[in-house]
Design a binder for this molecule. Structure first.
Ligand code: SAH
Length: 261
């Protein structure tokens, strides 16, 4: 990557799951030179204060407006950082910026736009549990704000049949109270009752909580908006530990043939 220039630029930066030490040095450098911060209010608030930085915090549902604003500011010569939690390319602002670019002013395509990766919730949560993503996995966003629920169900069914480990982002929100319960019901029809399920909440923050339960016992009310759920494959297993320590959850790197699993 070439050095950032004095002309306007736009970076779409991932802030990681929460802890400051999980922000990459590349992201910290960009935030230290930005003139404008754009993003969902609580994420903008996570960026360390600096003088003369304009903060454009907004509501969580205004992604496209926010993306257009960021592109306009960069076109005016500002140094703009759009911030997302986790990785900006995973169910977050990077795609919104490209949607806005595709539909917007053709001059925006010539801007210096870069996506700076971050630690996504799925890998941060997996690291706390052990290595549940050690073999093939997929990630499904349970929000049906931008896609119909029947598509979510189809993907979950096929992913379960294909024996992927499944990470569920956005398991619940105030407006979407039943989706996780329905998803777990569906997975129970394909996966064994004792499949490990990890509920990881507020990973890397002070009130972090990580629990592993059997699929049969998975309670959808355990999840909130800061929870990432990982449903194991047929191979995912536990390593029990002494002294009341939480078991490690892992998925071995090899798998049996499709005919025998
Ligand atoms: N771009 C983000 C995901 C945005 S979707 C990323 O890469 O992580 C928001 C969802 O991410 C939440 O509903 C939750 O499922 C998950 N999430 C974000 N931060 C989290 C954290 N610290 N702990 C657990 N899950 C988290």
């Amino acid at each position: 990557m070439t050095a950032l220039t004095d002309a306007g630029w736009l970076v779409i930066a991932g802030l990681g799951p929460g802890a400051a030490r999980l922000v990459t040095p590349e992201v910290s450098d960009a935030l230290a030179t930005a003139t404008d911060l754009v993003g969902y209010g609580p994420y903008v608030a996570r960026v360390p204060a600096r003088e003369n930085v304009v903060r454009h915090g907004s509501d969580n549902r205004e992604e496209i407006d926010r993306a257009r604003l960021a592109l306009r500011l960069a076109a005016e010569g500002r140094r703009v950082a759009v911030v997302s939690s986790g990785d900006p390319g995973v169910f977050a602002m990077a795609a919104a910026v490209f949607e806005a670019m595709e539909a917007g002013d053709p001059a925006w395509r010539g801007l210096d736009v870069r996506v700076l990766p971050g630690v996504t919730a799925m890998t941060a949560a997996a690291a706390r549990a052990g290595a549940p993503l050690g073999h093939d996995f997929c990630a499904v966003n349970l929000s049906d704000n931008l896609k119909p629920w029947d598509l979510v169900e189809r993907r979950l069914t096929l992913a379960a049949e294909a024996d992927f480990v499944i990470a569920l982002y956005n398991p619940v929100s105030k407006a979407r109270p039943w989706q996780l319960g329905r998803a777990l019901e569906l997975l129970r029809t394909v996966r064994a009752a004792d499949t490990p399920v990890v509920f990881a909440t507020a990973v890397s923050e002070a009130h972090e909580r990580v629990d592993t339960v059997r699929l049969a016992d998975a309670d959808p009310t355990r999840a909130d908006m800061r929870t990432l759920v990982i449903v194991g494959s047929s191979q995912t297993r536990l390593i029990a530990r002494p002294h009341g320590r939480a078991a490690f959850v892992y998925t071995p790197r090899s798998a049996p043939s499709a005919g025998t699993s």
